[in-house]
Write a protein that binds this ligand. Structure first.
Ligand code: BDR
Ligand code: CA
Length: 310
């Protein structure tokens, strides 16, 4: 199996992504690192543990990382995810422990102990932990096979400001570090996740599993839908973060282009914008594969198949 690290700010869609990873034998989750994002760090690390327990994996290592962006005040998204970050179903507090080590230190130690190009990083939130590790210990790049992240938007533009997607907007300086790290990088932007919609029949399929994981997933995706129906006028809401894990499992579900993407870090108006040279207008160096489309039915079929095993 492929060794991965999930860096996350759960978040209902992060939660489904974690479940998908833990349900997939092709992936070996080395650990889960929490970062401040959708809600503050004490909630994201707690939510990560709730999800591991739900998946029957109280043995999973969960670490708390950075509680604020590199150079800015934290912006959160309770208006999307609710006060706890995992609003929707009723959930008990986790009993599994949080690891003592800081997430950034653990990422550095883990990469330094790993074989060259053996670890895939899966960031599902603001890029603070990942950028801090890369800045503090650039040698860890040797161990990183690739980074597959959810963030950014170009044609679909922003969901936290008119120009910016949430994960990149919250810590644009961190995003810049990651996008210029020279590592193989695949980006799941809103342009694509807004085609991965939680329609009623798809939510129903989760519920019909008749398991606790199915019930929770249905309740979480239902919570999302209520919010987004009014905002975007689409049937269902975009299920962003699980596309990162699905890409590792079935890359043929996705199509994109290898292009240059730059991060706006100065403009007040367009802070955190991912300026994507989709048409190859400039000769700026190509630094990522920007995903533009997916087979949404295939994605939901994969998700339902895997979650049913938990
Ligand atoms: C991203 O922001 C968060 O609210 C979601 O969990 C996802 O990672 C979408 O913009
Ligand atoms: Ca997230």
């Amino acid at each position: 199996p492929r060794d991965i690290i999930i860096d996350t700010d759960p978040g209902q869609d992060d939660a489904v992504a974690i479940l998908l990873a833990l349900a997939s034998p092709e992936l070996n989750v080395l650990g889960i690192t929490a970062v401040a994002g959708n809600v503050p760090l004490p909630l994201t690390e707690k939510n990560a543990r709730i999800v591991c327990e739900l998946a029957g994996r109280p043995d999973m290592k969960v670490f708390a990382g950075c509680d604020a962006p590199i150079a800015r005040k934290l912006v959160t998204a309770e208006h999307v995810h609710g006060k706890t970050g995992l609003d929707g179903p009723q959930l008990d507090d986790p009993t599994m422990p949080l690891q003592d080590q800081h997430a950034v230190d653990w990422i550095i130690d883990t990469c330094r102990a790993a074989a060259p190009a053996s670890i895939t990083l899966c960031p599902l939130g603001p890029l603070t932990n990942i950028a801090t590790a890369l800045t503090r210990a650039p040698d860890i790049k040797d161990a990183i096979a690739e980074i597959v992240l959810m963030g950014g938007a170009y044609f679909a533009v922003g969901n936290i400001t008119p120009a910016a997607e949430f994960n990149i907007y919250v810590d644009p300086e961190a995003a810049q570090v990651v996008f210029t790290a020279g590592l193989p990088l695949t980006v799941m932007p809103l342009d694509m996740t807004h085609k991965a919609l939680t329609t009623k029949p798809r939510i129903e399929k989760f519920r019909q599993m008749g398991t606790r994981v199915g019930d929770m997933t249905a309740a979480w995706t239902d919570f999302f839908e209520r919010f987004d129906m009014a905002k975007y006028g689409s049937e269902g809401a975009p299920l962003h973060d699980p596309t990162v894990i699905a890409y590792l499992l079935q890359p043929d579900l996705f199509t994109g282009r290898h292009i240059n993407v730059e991060i706006e870090t100065t403009s007040d108006l367009t802070l955190g914008m991912t300026v994507a040279d989709w048409w190859g207008i400039t000769d700026r160096p190509k630094n990522c594969t920007f995903i533009g489309d997916l087979d949404a039915d295939g994605f939901y079929a994969l998700l339902a198949d895997r979650l049913a095993t938990l």
